[in-house]
Design a protein around this ligand. Structure first.
Ligand SMILES: NC(=O)c1ccc[n+]([C@@H]2O[C@H](COP(=O)([O-])OP(=O)(O)OC[C@H]3O[C@@H](n4cnc5c(N)ncnc54)[C@H](O)[C@@H]3O)[C@@H](O)[C@H]2O)c1
Length: 471
């Protein structure tokens, strides 16, 4: 099969490699010529474990180009361009619409299937179909084509595994958008729930709760952290909130997700300020910059907020990340970049921001007489024994009682139910079939009771996450 893929980014490149591995004739098209040049030389322009090896193996089956003429021959065209957020939180669709025009100007074969892998708002399939039809009309060309939605759920850092062995494949039919809209909310919602707990109970051991939550929902990521980042979840939440606002469905619960995250991103610096008072003139060493380990992506990473904040307060920053420094340099050209993590350890204050494996080599002696802020609760307890001050995120010394943990777990389920209630609300709003949506949520096993079994949860619609989680 001849396949053209528009957009060679974090999603497009793994898709191209896997489709080539499956024996297809693939053309990867990107308007960024520098990117195309690297790919044509078997160099992956971002860090993703395993990707470069597969590219070397199957790259000879892929043509990388900035030219759209491959669309003429394509049986299938994938759309994998970016969909960033606008200032008001809604999705910037300019890349999708440009690609739709280019597809309409390029396709020639009858029965072409256009597969949308980008994360897009409801109504996009129709809009893309309309644009393509218009361009074909202008060319006086009458060919059959179908636009389908096949949203990508890969996680950066595990993209190859997730693409080859996906835990779900969604191929769009009418009500499917609601499920796919909801998944990021459930996934990211878990992180934000534990982070809200960190803020509500700053002196408690939140990891105690995380362990219990994992028993309820083994797939969930419930480790406290410095705030979520990356290219997907932040923009999905913004879009979700913007959709609610734009349609008169204001939801304090949805709005509070971003609020909790914003506060979480400021936490490391406010904790430091509390510990030492004046930050001006202090040497701060940052271990890790990427929004999570095993990726070079710094989009919406907490490290950006932390660095800005520290610079404003007059700190001198040195940093190290095994993969993300090139990207960081573009935003912060005037801080010091170290060639290895050991050089960061010379600073008087150490902040661990990303849980890269190699940081396990830091020893307690390296942290002697230092102020250490461990934003991931990454270092083992004994590493702190010689420090002059330490903060381990979510690892306060107070313990919750069994009863308190049970109450928090119940509230966690309530939040999930309330998310479910929000989804049903949107589903009804756009005329989707609520029971179908509900069935999808149950299939995903992300929620326990559900709004349908627990219509009570609707009482949370005007609550913030903090209100629900206060016990
Ligand atoms: N990154 C992830 O982990 C992830 C996971 C799931 C879904 N998604 C979604 O997938 C989509 C793509 O995300 P990404 O992270 O791969 O984006 P990206 O920014 O890494 O890549 C997008 C690429 O599209 C190219 N492009 C833009 N306009 C083009 C055009 N007209 N023709 C050809 N190329 C063009 C850009 O040059 C860029 O290389 C987004 O909607 C995103 O939300 C991403």
């Amino acid at each position: 099969m001849r396949i053209a893929i528009k957009g060679m980014g974090y999603v497009g490149i793994p898709t191209a490699v896997i489709l080539a591995k499956l024996g297809n004739d693939v053309t990867g098209i990107d308007s960024n010529r520098e990117r195309i040049f690297s790919l044509a030389n078997n160099e992956v322009p971002m860090f993703e474990p395993g990707l470069e090896e597969l590219l070397k193996q199957y790259g000879n089956r892929i043509t990388f180009t900035a030219d759209n003429s491959a669309l003429n021959e394509a049986d299938v065209v994938y759309i994998a361009v970016g969909t960033p957020s606008k200032d008001n939180g809604s999705v910037d669709m300019q890349f999708i619409y440009s690609v739709a025009k280019e597809i309409g100007d390029g396709i020639m074969k009858d029965n072409v299937v256009i597969v949308d892998k980008s994360t897009v708002p409801v109504g996009t399939t129709e809009a893309v179909t309309e644009i393509i039809r218009e361009r074909l009309n202008q060319r006086n060309l009458s060919i059959n084509f179908e636009v389908v939605s096949n949203p990508e759920f890969l996680k950066q850092g595990a993209a190859m595994k997730d693409s080859m062995f996906p835990d779900r494949v969604v191929l769009g039919y009418k009500n499917e958008w609601a499920r796919e809209t909801m998944l990021p909310l459930f996934n990211g919602g878990n992180v934000i729930i534990v982070n809200a707990l960190v803020q509500l109970f700053p002196h408690h051991d939140i990891w105690q709760v995380s362990r219990e939550l994992k028993k309820i929902n083994p797939q969930a990521f419930v480790n406290p952290g410095l705030g979520y980042g990356g290219s997907c979840f932040p923009k999905d939440v913004k879009e979700f909130a913007a959709f609610f606002r734009a349609n008169g469905l204001y939801s304090s619960l949805i709005e509070s997700i971003e609020e909790v995250n914003k506060i979480q991103k400021g936490l490391a610096v406010s904790v430091l300020k509390e510990m030492i008072g004046n930050i001006e003139g202090k040497e701060v060493g940052l271990l890790g910059l990427a929004f999570k380990a095993n990726t070079d992506d710094i989009r919406e990473a907490s490290s950006i907020n932390i660095t800005k904040n520290l610079i404003e307060k007059g700190a001198n920053i040195r940093c190290y990340d095994p993969k993300a420094m090139n990207h960081f340099l573009k935003i912060f050209p005037n801080i010091e970049y170290c060639s290895n993590f050991r050089n960061v350890l010379d600073a008087e204050i150490i902040m661990l921001l990303t849980d890269w494996e190699e940081f396990h080599a830091v020893e307690s002696g390296d942290l002697k007489n230092k102020i250490v802020i461990d934003g991931r609760n990454f270092f083992t307890e004994e590493k702190f024994k010689l420090t002059s001050g330490a903060y381990r995120l979510g690892k306060g010394s107070n313990q919750f009682s069994t009863l308190e943990i049970e109450r928090i777990c119940n509230r966690y389920m309530d939040v999930h139910d309330a998310y479910g209630a929000q989804l049903i609300k949107i589903a009804e709003f756009v005329g989707a079939n609520a029971p179908d949506v509900f069935e999808g949520m149950m299939l995903d096993k992300r929620i326990g009771k559900s709004y349908f079994n627990n219509p009570e949860s609707v009482r949370f619609k005007n609550c913030s996450l903090y209100d629900i989680l206060k016990i």
